[in-house]
Design a protein around this ligand. Structure first.
Ligand code: AMP
Ligand code: MG
Length: 606
C-alpha cells in the first residue's frame, strides 16, 4: 500500500478502542498549542456520525438534498459532505485542510494505512500489540513494558522508543521532536533508474532549486540592433520607446453626432455650420447657438467640448434639435482628449518587453517605423547518440529518427531565438569536443540532447570537464530527471535528457527561463493557474510530476483538467494533444479527483 504524505508532519495515534486515544489527544492539544504549534486533527469514525444539529438551518438544508453543506460565520466554518457511496480517503481528507495555516496534522484512526504512528497500549484492554505487524509505528506509549517476545521481530530494526502512556509531558516532547525532524520516519524514497549522479553526485535538486542555480549564472546579453518595425515581432525591446506625440493628436469625437459648447446646452435648436469628416476640421471658434455635424475621430472645433450622438438628434435643413432634456447632456461627453491614450514623452513600451501584436500596433501608432531590440539569442543545438538518424534517411536497424532537434528548433523559434543547428553528433570524445567548441564560438547558449543519463558514456563528462565547468544534476522531477548545466568557454550549456517529452518539459522549466533572462526580460514568469482534477494525477511525494493535460470548462463553468492519456516520456503524442502541463508539487502526493492542481498552459510556448 502506498505511503501517505502531507506537506507538513503527519502523525497518527493507533490503538484499539478503549485505550483512550481521544482522551490523550484532548489532554495533549492544549500543551501543543501552548508551544505555538498549529494542529489539525483528522479523526476516523465508524458510524453514521453527524456533527450537525437537527433543527439548525444547515441541517435542514442538507436533509433537503445539499450533498455538500458549507456553513460559515466570523468564528468558524464547517463543511459537511454526504458520502453515501464511498468514504473519503485519507489523502483526500488531508487535501481538504488549509496546510498553510498548520504545523502538524494528527490522525486518530486509519490505523491500517501507511504513515507514521505512535502506538497506544494499555494492558487492561487486553488487545495485542500493533507494532510487530506495522512498520509505520515510530514509538510505543504503554503502561507496561514491551515483552521480549513481541519486540523480537523488531530486533533487526532500530529499537522503538518506549513512552509512558500516563506521562503526557513525555509524549508531547516526543511529538514536538517529531515535528522538528528529530524523528526521521518519513524518508524520501530512493531514486530509481539511471543516475547521472554516478558522474558527480550532487544529490537531488528540486525544480525550483535547479532553476535558481541556473539563473544566477545567466547574464543578460547587451547587444542590440535597430530593425524595421514588422521584423521586431517576437523580439525584446532594448530601450524604452517614448512617445514623440500625443495619442490621440487632437481632442476628437468618440461618436457620430453634433459638437456643441458645454456652456450652451439650453438652446431649442442649433445652427449646423459645418459637416466635419475624420481627417478634416472646422477651423473657426464655435459660437453659442451653433453646432457642427461631426464624425467619429474628427477633431472637435475650438470652443466646442461636447458631442450629442446622432441618434438623439433631428436635423432639418441647417438646424438641429435634440430629443433630450438639457439635464441629460453632460458637458464634455463623447469626447476623447488629446494625449488621453499616451501623452507626449510617456513610455509607450518599456525596455525588456516582448513585442507582440499590441506593442507593434502601439509603436506604429506613434509614427515610429523602426525599433531597437535586443539581438536575438543565438542558440546552438545538437543531438547525441549513435542510434539517432536524420529524418529523410532510410531507417537503419536499431535506430531512431532525431525528433529533439526539431522540437527544440520550434520552441527556440517561438521564444524569438536564432537557431544554429549543429546536427547529430556520434558518441565519441573528439566529435563532442569539436562540436562544443564550435557552439561556444558561434552561440550565446548551447543545448544538447541525450547522453547525460548514460552512466557508461563517461566520455561526456571527460569532455565537459576539459572544456568547462559543468554540473550533473538529478532533478527531482518526472519526466526529465537528468540535467547537466554549466559553461563551455563562458557560454552557458544545457545537457538535456534524450527522451523527447523530457526534452520539452525540461526546456519549458529550465531553458526558457534562462533564455528570457538572456533576452533581458525582467521577472519573466510562465502562466500558471489552478484547475479541478477530473482524474487522478499520480505523483510520488518529494517529486514534481508533470502530466500532459487538457484543460477546459465543464458544464458548470468550472475550469477542469484531465490528462492526455498514456504518459511515457518518449510519447510525443501526449504533448501534441496537450494544451497544458499539470504540475503536481513535491509536497502534494497523488492529486485525487476533485483536488485542485496547478496548470501551466502551453499556448504560445511551442
Ligand atoms: P539518452 O539520454 O541518450 O540515454 O537517451 C534517452 C532516450 O532518448 C533513448 O531512448 C534515446 O534513443 C532517446 N533519444 C536520444 N536522443 C534523441 C533524439 N535526438 N531524438 C529522439 N529520441 C532521442
Ligand atoms: Mg544517447
Amino acid at each position: 500500500m502506498n505511503k501517505i504524505y502531507a506537506s507538513l508532519p503527519l502523525l497518527g495515534f493507533a490503538a484499539f478502542s478503549g485505550t483512550g486515544k481521544t482522551t490523550l489527544l484532548e489532554a495533549m492539544l492544549p500543551k501543543l498549542v501552548a508551544r505555538g504549534i498549529r494542529v489539525a486533527v483528522i479523526k476516523h469514525a465508524h458510524h453514521d456520525f453527524d456533527v450537525d444539529q437537527p433543527g439548525k438551518d444547515s441541517y435542514r438544508l442538507r436533509k433537503a438534498g445539499a450533498s455538500q453543506m458549507l456553513i460559515s460565520s466570523r468564528c468558524r466554518r464547517a463543511l459537511v459532505t454526504e458520502t453515501p457511496d464511498e468514504e473519503a480517503t485519507l489523502p483526500h481528507l488531508i487535501a481538504q485542510l488549509d496546510q498553510t495555516q498548520l504545523d502538524l496534522i494528527l490522525v486518530e484512526g486509519f490505523k491500517q494505512l501507511n504513515f507514521p504512528k505512535i502506538e497506544l497500549h494499555r494492558a487492561e484492554v487486553g488487545k495485542p500489540w500493533l507494532h510487530p505487524t506495522d512498520n509505520n509505528i515510530i514509538a510505543v506509549a504503554a503502561n507496561v513494558s514491551v515483552p521480549a517476545s513481541e519486540s523480537a521481530p523488531l530486533a533487526e530494526k532500530a529499537p522503538l522508543p518506549l513512552l509512558d502512556i500516563n506521562n503526557l509531558e513525555q509524549i508531547t516532547d516526543f511529538v514536538v521532536s517529531f515535528i522538528q525532524g528529530e524523528v526521521h520516519s518519513v524518508k524520501p524514497e530512493q531514486p530509481q533508474g539511471l543516475q547521472c549522479g554516478d558522474l558527480t553526485p550532487q544529490g537531488m535538486l528540486s525544480v525550483a532549486e535547479g532553476r535558481e542555480r541556473i539563473l544566477v549564472h545567466i547574464v543578460p546579453l547587451a547587444q542590440s540592433q535597430t530593425v524595421d518595425l514588422k521584423a521586431s515581432l517576437g523580439q525584446i525591446v532594448a530601450h524604452d520607446v517614448l512617445s514623440p506625440v500625443n495619442v490621440p493628436q487632437h481632442t476628437n469625437s468618440a461618436m457620430d453626432g453634433y459638437a456643441i459648447r458645454g456652456d450652451d446646452l439650453d438652446c431649442e435648436c442649433y445652427d449646423v455650420v459645418d459637416h466635419v469628416m475624420a481627417g478634416h476640421s472646422y477651423d473657426l471658434p464655435l459660437e453659442k447657438g451653433q453646432a457642427v455635424r461631426i464624425m467619429t475621430g474628427a477633431a472637435i472645433p475650438e470652443c466646442a467640448d461636447t458631442v450629442v450622438m446622432r441618434e438623439q438628434a433631428e436635423q432639418t435643413e441647417n438646424q438641429v434639435r435634440f430629443n433630450l432634456t438639457m439635464a441629460a447632456i453632460h458637458p464634455g461627453q463623447n469626447v476623447r482628449q488629446a494625449g488621453e491614450d499616451l501623452a507626449l514623452g510617456q513610455t509607450a513600451v518599456a525596455a525588456g518587453s516582448k513585442i507582440s501584436a499590441p506593442e507593434l500596433g502601439m509603436i506604429a501608432s506613434l509614427g515610429i517605423n523602426q525599433v531597437t531590440v535586443k539581438k536575438p539569442v543565438r542558440v546552438a543545438i545538437f543531438s547525441t547518440g549513435d542510434e539517432v538518424q536524420h529524418p529523410g534517411e532510410a531507417q537503419k536497424n536499431n535506430c531512431i529518427y532525431d525528433s529533439n532537434r526539431y522540437t527544440l528548433h520550434a520552441m527556440l523559434t517561438q521564444a524569438g531565438c536564432e537557431v544554429i543547428d549543429l546536427g547529430i553528433i556520434e558518441d565519441s570524445e573528439a566529435a563532442l569536443e569539436a562540436t562544443l567548441q564550435q557552439g561556444s564560438e558561434q552561440a550565446d547558449l548551447i543545448l544538447s540532447s541525450g547522453g547525460v543519463s548514460v552512466g557508461d558514456a563517461d566520455y561526456i563528462k571527460t569532455v565537459l570537464d576539459k572544456l568547462g565547468q559543468i554540473n550533473f544534476w538529478r532533478i527531482n522531477m518526472r519526466p526529465g530527471r537528468p540535467l547537466a548545466f554549466g559553461q563551455i568557454n563562458e557560454t552557458p550549456f544545457f545537457g538535456l535528457p534524450g527522451n523527447p517529452v523530457a526534452v520539452m518539459v525540461v526546456f519549458l522549466q529550465f531553458v526558457e527561463p534562462a533564455i528570457r533572462k538572456l533576452q533581458g526580460m525582467t521577472d519573466w514568469q510562465p502562466q500558471v493557474f489552478n484547475a479541478v482534477a477530473t482524474e487522478r494525477f499520480r505523483s510520488r511525494p518529494n517529486r514534481t510530476e508533470y502530466t500532459r493535460g487538457i484543460f477546459g470548462f465543464d458544464a458548470n463553468g468550472r475550469l477542469t483538467v484531465k490528462s492526455t492519456g498514456q504518459q511515457g516520456s518518449g510519447i510525443l503524442r501526449s504533448m501534441s494533444e496537450a494544451n497544458c502541463l499539470v504540475e503536481v508539487l513535491p509536497e502534494q502526493a497523488n492529486a485525487e479527483i476533485g483536488d485542485s492542481v496547478r496548470v501551466i498552459p502551453l499556448q504560445g510556448r511551442m
